[in-house]
Design a protein around this ligand. Structure first.
Ligand code: XIL
Length: 377
């Protein structure tokens, strides 16, 4: 199945991708405004639409997941342009979109997102080239003797198309077993072996894009310390084997019931590799029963504590290791958590674009005095 011809983008360093807004606002002034807002407590944050933009508050690009349809929603684009400095396509840069049912290749939606990011001065993060949960029918319909070439060709075409347009790729997503006991078995590992498909994907992506930061991305790394440990052992093993992994992605779909300290411990262990770290898909669902005020307040308190911990742990990283801090959606209603029945508040803005309690937790976490989160060199 031949993809459409595409003109590879001239290879440029990723430096030109840094968002403009990142450099403008003096952080101390913004932090003080953040502190003032946080000190005023919830009501004033809700009532103060002029809170400092997240992209000025967070000491790294602030990302959100985006779907093409949201680019036609001026409420979404206005809020995103004010607050955000990086975009991750939520699903339209994945195999399930690009490999159309009719055997063709679809790039209209990811191209639209890439164009919007560039026009808005935002960085683009690619998600996700190889994922255990997609591509099985396509791959297994290919004659076994052609599968290696098809795997390599997919990566070459997709990563080649966005070369020079994005800062980094989630090259392999969710390779570790659900319970952290080893790696997942999937159609990719059946063909190339468990470490084999991951190493191959990274090598092929590096060949297609010499500049992008290449991430191994996974979830529950802080929620389940065993899974986080397995993930980091995998990174260590692949690096030792020469795989060009140049970034670590921790999705951050938070379980707010985890003990204090697990987030900090994982981020400390991940930081030891010296690689850029992407908090790549943060959300913090509070669960059911939120109509009960006492329960809602109790869940909010746990959410605030864990989100503050993530913000402080990320801010404590050396600047060269703070790749980006990405939320898996802009407004609560955009969250995939709310797609099977809404009512949760797992993100930083409500459906009217007002800061939520999670936003306040980010303000407090990223405004913690420097002495609290002294950079580790
Ligand atoms: C989810 C998207 O939010 C949904 O819109 C899509 O239908 C399925 O994928 N970890 C990931 C993301 O890496 O790609 C997933 O996103 C959420 C879990």
């Amino acid at each position: 199945m031949k993809p459409p011809a595409h003109t590879p983008h001239p290879s440029r360093s990723a430096a030109h991708l840094l968002p403009q807004g990142q450099k403008g606002t003096p952080r101390r002034a913004v932090l003080l405004s953040g502190l003032a807002l946080a000190a005023c407590g919830r009501a004033s944050v809700q009532a103060a639409p002029a809170a400092a933009p997240l992209k000025a508050l967070v000491p790294a690009p602030v990302g959100v997941a985006v779907m093409r349809g949201q680019l036609e929603d001026t409420a979404w684009t206005t809020l995103a342009r004010r607050e955000i400095s990086q975009l991750t396509p939520e699903w339209e840069m994945k195999m399930e979109y690009i490999l159309a049912q009719d055997g063709g290749w679809r790039f209209d939606a990811p191209d639209r997102i890439a164009t919007f990011a560039r026009a808005s001065g935002m960085r683009l993060h690619g998600h996700a080239l190889i994922w255990y949960s997609q591509g099985q029918d396509w791959f297994e319909a290919i004659k076994p003797a052609r599968r290696a070439a098809a795997f390599d060709d997919y990566i070459a075409v997709v990563a080649g198309r966005y070369r020079g347009q994005l800062a980094g790729w989630d090259v392999v997503n969710e390779a570790v077993a659900e319970d952290g006991d080893g790696l997942r078995s999937c159609h990719w590992s059946a063909q190339f072996g468990q470490d084999g498909y991951i190493a191959r994907a990274f090598a092929q992506t590096r060949a297609a894009d010499p500049d992008a930061v290449l991430f191994l991305n996974d979830y529950n790394l802080e929620n389940l310390p065993r899974k986080g440990a397995t993930f980091l052992r995998l990174v260590e093993r692949l690096l030792a084997a020469g795989a060009p992994i140049t970034g670590i992605g921790t999705q951050g779909h938070l379980d707010i019931d985890i003990p204090a300290g697990q987030i900090t411990a994982f981020m400390r262990d991940a930081a030891a590799f010296g690689l850029p770290i992407h908090v790549s898909e943060l959300d913090a669902p509070m669960g059911a029963g939120l109509l009960d005020r006492a329960r809602r307040d109790a869940r909010r308190a746990l959410q605030t504590a864990r989100v503050m911990e993530y913000a402080e742990a990320f801010a404590a990283l050396p600047e060269r290791q703070r790749y980006a801090f990405t939320l898996w959606g802009l407004r609560d209603g955009d969250s995939f958590v709310n797609r099977q029945g809404g009512g949760d508040s797992p993100l930083a803005f409500d459906d009217a674009g007002r800061p939520t309690a999670l936003h306040q937790a980010l303000v407090q976490g990223f405004s913690a005095p420097a002495t609290v989160r002294k950079e580790r060199g």
